[in-house]
Design a protein around this ligand. Structure first.
Ligand code: FES
Ligand code: FE2
Length: 426
């Protein structure tokens, strides 16, 4: 018998009275002025995930990360002391971008002993120290010891690399994440090193795509063509409601039940799913994760059968853990008030056989197909929101996380504006 935790009484939304139940405005997703504020109030103050430690496997490994919303590019590098550091990707001589390959706007990665500027050859150590200046004697009062790369606050949690662009972050990374997230410590993220990446430019505000992945109300309708008819009809009838929502500080969680394709009647599955033993929920054969007890933060409400937990980390990062023993991350990097770059990553325990490899590929392409459908609809939504023909929108109880997301956004902007007014901005 399925056990689905419900709120003690009333609706989910009513348990968070600060959210209210009124229709909400989407002006925060269509206003260029609001977007300019988000750059400062959110993206230059929150901890941002920029990748995983597996992307920096050796001393001297590095990768660059373009963060357009903060108008910068960063270098992430593992130093000779094994510490992961972040620097602004700018040469101290005349401001050239320090690390890039053929195209200055593209990200780069590799391994090196030092960074050499392509313009006049200044060199920097892995710790950011300026180590070499051509014709150094021709400069005036140049102190190499105080002319290193400009550091950015950087910290690692459970292998996830975070940066904070504030001069002094208001909270440590651990305090920022809070117990709902840090209680995931011990999940074998480090064993899931086979990564499948997907990146796409989406013509919609970054928050609209976050909204699309934090409610399942749309699933049986928008994705109906990808699920067998009988399954779609059943899901639509059941309302496809997730059994558990949780809000903690600026972060959110939704757990869903474990309806799995291979447990459905054969006529509800696609032939390709049977052949590859895989699909949207991932490979059917669960890998041995070698972990006796899962961390308390996973499936925190004890949903049974449990399907997945989607942790939405403020502001633009999602960790989605499937009961089948793999996980996904999403990142939404704003590029303007009505566009963003979406990055989806799938992480698996490395495949050992061709069959396992194919099962992972099936999961990856299925995920991509779903994401494409979501992305397409978002552009249509953005377009009409910008008409301002309607300014306030009704959200139901299942859309509680969308309501929260827009409230947190408004709160961070309001805090920032209050600090500016008082002249106490950090
Ligand atoms: S700008 Fe880098 S060495 Fe001149
Ligand atoms: Fe979707």
């Amino acid at each position: 018998m399925a056990r689905w935790p419900k709120p003690p009484e009333g609706s989910w939304t009513e348990h968070y009275p600060e959210l209210g139940t009124a229709p909400i405005s989407y002006e925060d997703s269509i206003s260029p002025e609001f977007f300019e504020l988000e750059r400062e109030a959110i993206f230059k103050r929150a901890w941002l995930n920029v990748g995983r430690v597996e992307q920096l496997p050796r001393r001297g490994s590095y990768f660059t990360k373009e963060i357009e919303v903060a108008k910068t590019s960063l270098i992430l590098v593992r130093g000779a002391d094994d510490t992961v550091r972040a620097f602004h990707n700018i040469c101290r001589h005349r401001g050239n971008k320090l690390v890039w390959n053929d195209f200055p706007r593209e990200e780069a990665s590799g391994t090196c002993r030092q960074f050499t500027c392509k313009y006049h050859g200044w060199r920097y150590g892995l710790d950011g120290q300026l180590t070499f200046v051509q014709q150094e004697g021709e400069f005036f009062d140049l102190d190499k010891d105080t002319t290193g790369l400009v550091p950015v606050h950087c910290d690692v949690w459970s292998g996830f690399i975070f940066v904070n662009l504030a001069p002094e972050p208001e909270q440590t990374l651990t305090d920022f994440l809070g117990p709902m997230i840090t209680n995931l410590e011990g999940y074998p993220f480090d064993k899931m090193t086979e990564r499948w990446q997907y990146r796409s430019q989406v013509g919609a505000n970054w928050k609209l795509f976050m909204d699309a992945f934090q409610e399942f109300y749309h699933a049986p309708v928008l994705h109906s063509n990808q699920t067998p008819d009988a399954f779609s009809a059943a899901a639509a009838q059941a309302g496809f409601e997730a059994p558990h929502y949780r809000i903690e500080g600026p972060h959110r969680l939704v757990s869903t039940s474990g309806i799995v394709a291979w447990e459905l009647a054969p006529d509800m599955r696609k032939p390709m799913e049977d052949i590859t033993r895989s699909g949207l929920f991932g490979p059917w054969d669960k890998p041995d994760l070698g972990v006796e007890k899962m961390p308390v933060g996973l499936n925190p409400a004890g949903c049974d059968p449990w399907g997945l937990d989607s942790f939405q980390l403020w502001p633009n990062f999602t960790i989605l853990i499937w009961s089948g023993g793999w996980y996904l991350t999403y990142q939404y990097w704003p590029t303007s008030y009505n566009s963003h770059t979406f990055e989806g990553n799938l992480y698996f325990v490395p495949s050992r056989t061709p069959r396992e490899r194919v099962a992972r590929e099936m999961a990856a392409v299925t995920f991509k197909e779903y994401a494409l459908q979501d992305g397409n609809t978002l552009e249509a939504t953005q377009m009409m929101l910008e008409s301002r023909a309607v300014t306030h929108f009704h959200l139901n109880d299942q859309e509680i996380l969308c309501r929260h997301m827009h409230k947190v956004t408004a709160d961070w902007i309001a805090d920032y504006q209050a600090e500016i007014e008082k002249g106490t901005t950090r």
